[in-house]
Design a protein around this ligand. Structure first.
Ligand SMILES: C[S@@+](CC[C@H](N)C(=O)[O-])C[C@H]1O[C@@H](n2cnc3c(N)ncnc32)[C@H](O)[C@@H]1O
Length: 774
């Protein structure tokens, strides 16, 4: 690979590339810049090229400030020290200096033949970066970040102070360090270039080290222009949003600004971020793992191939439909973003991802046409036509079509399978229309919506994950260990038989995505009409008194046949928290754990069950209270004496959240949950970041006394509030039976069985398994 191409790729993948420094070491660029463009770009954009940068003499702004090879012209290796600002100034004509006296400047410096070890050390480069900034005199207000390059070797540093932005990249194998400084100085060359050689030149290794630099005036539309804008609509089908190529008239000719899929590229004083790998992993994997075994996936956008590559890492995938791009775009992308569509390291996938037999390209329709389709065909839709996962690569254009947004999402929701999931990036969720978006998504029938974010440098990437069926949400809230198992199971191997093949996404990353950030929560709750529960505030309200666990004692319940019960030891006023100090320590059984326990009960025959599992079963289902916030029923069990709270028959329960329930087990309609319970659980809220962030506290420790209570009273609850639609009828009948003493609860039943079996001294006999256990 030649140097230019290497740098092109390296830069395209660098996380915070500001300007591409192609060909700084290639003197041939001085003469004809455009011949050094990659062929694909030349072909695609040749009509845009300025015929000759030198021919237009009337346009004096276009004159170059000549890039300088002064170091290599010097005799020997100690050139760095001789490198005074006077040397540099001499190289710049007064005329050119005047041109640069106003406006912002961009100084590009490349140093070659630096020490590889130095260039590969994050610590050393960071320290050099900071020394440079200190000497430049802007350290006080400087914010920065240094990190290793994700794809490539080397280190990336980026920082700013006021309007000055400094970025630095190293390519250790090439011995190259590149700096890019955007500033507002009248004499940037005299401060920046000598300083770069002073700070970093010390690590030069060769006898003829090179320092190349160029200086440009920015903010002048004549100087640079975009051939190709990624910020325009990707849905309209008339522009391409995969990246941008900026052609400047300077000597080095062309700057590539690889567009991240979430950000539009800013012209001129660019602060271009390229998050590639992080972005695409954050976009794809959380949603792919929110489906148990995604088979059919649709990708909407004009991406570079990286979304497809990430999708193809999931071995359950049988079909990927790509909408909104075309062959021509793909050809350009293949050249510009070679690694993005490179699936050669993925076992069993075509080397060029788009060649994979599972990929179907829809290029005769725009994304919008495809999505809105012709409704008349709905009757022909078979389950095979539905998608398990739909991924929008970008969102800008989507949200900018307010009149269509609802019908688009309605259509998407219809295109999804029963457990289908959708992810849409959204980088403007702070805007006023953000809340409307969630209303629209809930309105078209998504049962659960989660917003998650990724932070790169100082920028926030925001994504919305939508679930057609709330049960799928259990996969969103999977534990790290469960996800680890699923990753091992669902991800394909690399050609080296390795897993994982992620650079960024992993189990712990997913844990961070599960709950929205505090700012999302605040933004949500700051709506003029406060959404459900937002008035609860964060954490326990210090104004609300708490009856600590020491205020309660265990005794024999006053309810006949109920066994133990809990009693107040002191008077407790209405509205007091019930042992908030201890109730937060519940044991959590995930829905998946609960379902394994149920499978185990089915699997064991009755004597095995009695021997192995009935105590545990009783503990879980007799003492646990179900909650469905995770989509499917999980259980929480109080670890202390609060677990002995009984059900108060005939509406005698004295604890709860808000108002007492009117419905009792005797008055309840068996086929229908009462309206007062419909909105009772936190899980019924499709999108509520406040609940997401506070739910465990709310579920475990939100209960208060509903009345003024006298010492000696029994603390009883209304168990109806733990029922849900799925078990409403059986639950009501169960409590009814207990209340009229015609039936026994799980705990009483267990204790009676236990005492009668020990009375008859029944022995346990192990039965060999009926079927081999696999
Ligand atoms: C969470 S436990 C309560 C503590 C239990 N009483 C004990 O002694 O361990 C729930 C069990 O208590 C019993 N129970 C609770 N409320 C009852 C009631 N109102 N009538 C009869 N039994 C009740 C049932 O056996 C039920 O399975």
């Amino acid at each position: 690979m030649n140097l230019s191409l290497y740098l092109l790729i390296a830069s395209a993948l660098g996380p915070c590339l500001l300007t591409f420094t192609v060909g700084y070491f290639s003197t041939s660029l001085v003469s004809t810049y455009h011949e050094h463009l990659p062929i694909a770009v030349r072909e695609a954009f040749k009509t845009y090229f300025i015929p000759s940068k030198f021919s237009d003499s009337s346009n004096s702004d276009l004159r170059i400030i000549k890039w300088n090879t002064y170091l290599s012209e010097l005799d020997d290796g100690d050139a760095v020290e001789k490198n005074s600002s006077e040397d540099i100034k001499k190289k710049i004509s007064t005329k050119n200096a005047k041109q640069l006296a106003s406006g912002s400047q961009q100084v590009l410096v490349d140093l070659q033949d630096l020490d590889t070890v130095f260039l590969d050390s994050e610590k050393a480069v960071e320290s050099g970066f900071l020394t440079f900034v200190k000497k430049l005199g802007i350290f006080d207000a400087f914010m920065y970040e240094c990190h290793r390059a994700i794809y490539n070797e080397g280190v990336r540093c980026m920082g700013y102070a006021g309007s000055e932005t400094i970025s630095l990249y190293t390519w250790p194998k090439l011995g190259v360090l590149s700096m890019n400084v955007l500033c507002n100085r009248s004499d940037p060359w005299s401060s920046i270039v000598p300083l770069a050689s002073e700070v970093f030149g010390a690590s030069m290794t060769s006898n003829k080290p090179s320092l190349l630099w160029s200086l440009k005036q920015r903010n002048t539309s004549k100087l640079t222009w975009m051939a190709y804008s990624p910020s325009s609509s990707s849905m309209s089908g008339d522009t391409n949003s995969i990246g941008s190529v900026e052609v400047s008239s300077d000597t080095d000719g062309v700057h590539f600004k690889p567009a991240s899929a979430s950000r539009s590229v800013v012209k001129d004083d660019v602060r271009q971020q390229n998050y590639d790998q992080i972005y695409f992993e954050a976009l794809v994997h959380p949603i792919m793992f929110s489906h148990d075994a995604p088979k059919s996936v649709a990708i909407i956008g004009k991406g570079t191939g990286a979304t497809l590559r990430e999708v193809l890492k999931h071995k359950t995938v049988e079909k990927v439909v790509i909408v909104g791009t075309d062959d021509e775009t793909l050809q350009v992308n293949k050249k510009l973003y070679t690694q993005h569509s490179d699936c050669s390291t993925l076992e069993g996938v075509a080397p060029y991802c788009y060649d994979d037999a599972r990929v179907e390209l829809i290029s005769d329709e725009t994304a919008l046409e495809w999505l809105l389709g012709d409704d008349d065909d709905d009757s022909d839709t078979t389950p095979d036509d539905l998608f398990d996962v739909i991924i929008f690569e970008k969102s800008n254009s989507l949200w900018s079509l307010p009149e269509d947004t609802e019908s688009i999402f309605d259509s998407i929701s219809d295109m999804l399978s029963a457990n289908g999931v959708l992810v849409v990036p959204h980088d403007d969720l702070g805007s006023s229309n953000a809340h409307t978006i969630f209303d629209i998504l809930a309105g078209v029938g998504f049962e659960a919506i989660h917003r998650y974010e990724e932070f790169i440098h100082l920028d926030r990437l925001s994504f919305i994950a939508c679930f057609n069926n709330i049960e799928t949400r259990a996969l969103w809230f999977t534990s790290a260990a469960e996800l680890h198992v699923r990753m091992q199971r669902n991800l394909i191997r690399t050609t080296l038989n390795e897993v994982p093949i992620m650079y960024w996404f992993d189990e712990a990353t997913m844990m961070a995505y599960q709950l929205p950030s505090r700012s999302v929560d605040d933004d949500f709750c700051n709506q003029p009409q406060k959404p459900f529960m937002c008035d609860e505030g964060h954490g326990f309200d210090p104004e609300v008194p708490n009856a600590p666990i020491s205020s309660f004692a265990v005794g024999i319940s006053r309810i006949p046949g109920a066994g133990r019960g809990i009693f107040f030891q002191t008077d407790v006023p209405k509205g007091t928290f019930i042992a908030a100090d201890e109730s937060v320590y519940d044991i959590l059984f995930y829905p998946s754990t609960t379902s394994i326990v149920n499978d185990m009960i089915d699997y064991l025959d009755s004597s095995e069950f009695l021997h192995y599992s009935s105590l545990f079963y009783t503990y879980l289902f007799g003492y646990g209270f179900a909650f469905e916030y995770f989509g499917k029923a999980g259980y929480l069990v109080d670890t202390g004496i609060l677990t002995f709270i009984n059900h108060g028959c005939n509406g005698t329960g004295v604890m709860g959240e808000g108002e007492p329930l009117i419905t009792t087990e005797m008055t309840a309609h068996l086929e229908r949950m009462p309206a007062e319970l419909e909105n009772y659980g936190t899980e019924t809220h499709v999108y509520n970041p406040f609940i997401d962030r506070n739910n465990m506290r709310i579920i475990t420790a939100g209960d208060k006394t509903l009345y003024d209570i006298k010492a000696g009273s029994e603390l009883v609850d209304n168990y109806l509030r733990y029922l849900h639609e799925g078990n409403w009828k059986s639950g009501v009948l169960d409590y009814r039976a207990q209340c009229i003493a015609s039936g026994k609860g799980v705990v009483t039943g267990y204790e009676e069985r236990k005492s009668s079996s020990s009375a008859s001294n029944e022995e346990f006999h192990f039965h060999p398994p009926k079927e081999p256990r696999l």
